[in-house]
Design a protein around this ligand. Structure first.
Ligand code: ATP
Ligand code: LTN
Length: 333
């Protein structure tokens, strides 16, 4: 239509580094799904990012296909959105190399994810772990994305992406769109149920701290019942109540209830009731996703058809930016 506004572009990605968690869902993937009507959405499995931490080959192969099916099961509609596999689209690694020459050692040294992950994997502080944000910047900038739906932990990576893009544009003219992060109000930082000072993470060793998207209801209930709280036995948001604050944030994110409403509903009731309510609400939210996953994961041919088509489209779109970049820098094309 003539006066229809051009849709903005959304890009995001997730690492297939293990089973998708409730944190990934509430912080990111849920928004990927809800943005599909209003935006042109492009999503990726960031499998190249995953090898910054050593992976076992057979497990990695399985994780990639399982993660693809899980994200699809959350409601990605392949008629509306492009959902591809990063390593199948060669422009990502190419632009990452180019952008690494426009990124300073000092700015990468300040990345908190690098500091955290190098502390956690002290035996393998590889160069890829250090340049991880440059590959992420390449992912986003290749598609001229306007918005990047991510959890709060990725804020710093979005900022460095903007800095790299602005620097490059400053030298060569308007090559890249400057993207904005899109971080949800609720669920942007889901914490571990066992250590609420740490974010819930796919690669957490403590399985009880982390709810997985495909956990059956009884497992979800058990994890919430064991969640760390405090000795006050009063459901309200407050300082020093990290465990309860986290449960309130999760409950609010899945039910849409405000904190005031939750405090009101659980006034005078103990943590046992509250944990049961949170567990049930999460189990109900995840139930249809798990059911769709069970169907999808059996149909390998369908999944392959989806990612092959998406890979091709992603290559086509990203090649436009890649060619422009090469030309501007002075490579002979
Ligand atoms: P890993 O444990 O391998 O580092 P991860 O669980 O942190 O993985 P990523 O693949 O790095 O997951 O993140 C995918 C998306 O999920 C990102 O947008 C990230 O911000 C979001 N996310 C990850 N963990 C959480 C969390 N605990 N709460 C909210 N959002 C999260
Ligand atoms: N680094 C992200 C995953 C990721 C990503 C991206 C997110 C890789 N490339 C591009 C948004 C846009 C993470 O969540 N750890």
């Amino acid at each position: 239509m003539e006066n229809e506004k051009k849709k903005e572009i959304v890009f995001s990605a997730i690492q297939p580094s293990g089973t998708i968690t409730l944190g990934n869902y509430l912080g990111a993937v849920r928004n990927w799904v809800s943005m599909q009507d209003e935006y042109n959405c492009i999503y990726a499995l960031a499998d190249l990012h995953t090898i910054t931490v050593r992976q076992e080959p057979a497990a990695m192969r399985k994780n990639i296909l399982d993660a693809y099916a899980s994200i699809m099961a959350c409601g990605i509609d392949v008629e509306k959105s492009i959902f591809f596999i990063q390593s199948h689209v060669h422009t990502h690694a190419e632009l990452a190399w180019v952008l690494s020459c426009y990124t300073q050692f000092g700015e990468l040294s300040r990345m908190t994810q690098f500091k955290d992950k190098s502390a956690k994997h002290a035996d393998n502080i590889n160069a890829g772990l250090f340049t991880y944000p440059v590959l992420m910047a390449a992912d986003i900038l290749l598609y001229q994305a306007d918005k990047v739906p991510v959890g709060a932990d990725q804020k710093q990576h979005i900022e460095i992406t903007r800095d790299i893009a602005e620097r490059f544009n400053g030298i060569y003219g308007n090559v890249f769109k400057i993207p904005d992060g899109f971080i949800p109000k609720n669920g942007a930082r889901v914490m571990s149920l066992q250590d609420p000072s740490k974010k819930m993470s796919k690669s957490d060793e403590n399985v009880n701290g982390c709810v997985h998207l495909l956990d059956p209801p009884e497992v979800i209930m058990k994890k919430f019942k064991r969640a760390i709280t405090d000795s006050e036995a009063s459901v309200h948001y407050g300082e020093g109540k990290d465990g309860v604050n986290n449960l309130m944030a999760i409950y609010s994110a899945v039910t849409g209830l405000s904190y005031e409403q939750i405090e009101h509903d659980f006034d005078g009731r103990g943590y046992g009731d509250f944990k049961t309510a949170v567990g049930e609400a999460v189990a109900e939210t995840l139930r249809p996703i798990r059911e769709r996953y069970e169907q999808l994961v059996k149909d390998k041919a369908y999944l392959e058809d989806c990612y092959r088509k998406a890979d091709e489209l992603a290559l086509k779109i990203s090649s436009r930016t890649m060619n422009k970049v090469m030309k501007k820098i002075g490579f002979v094309l």
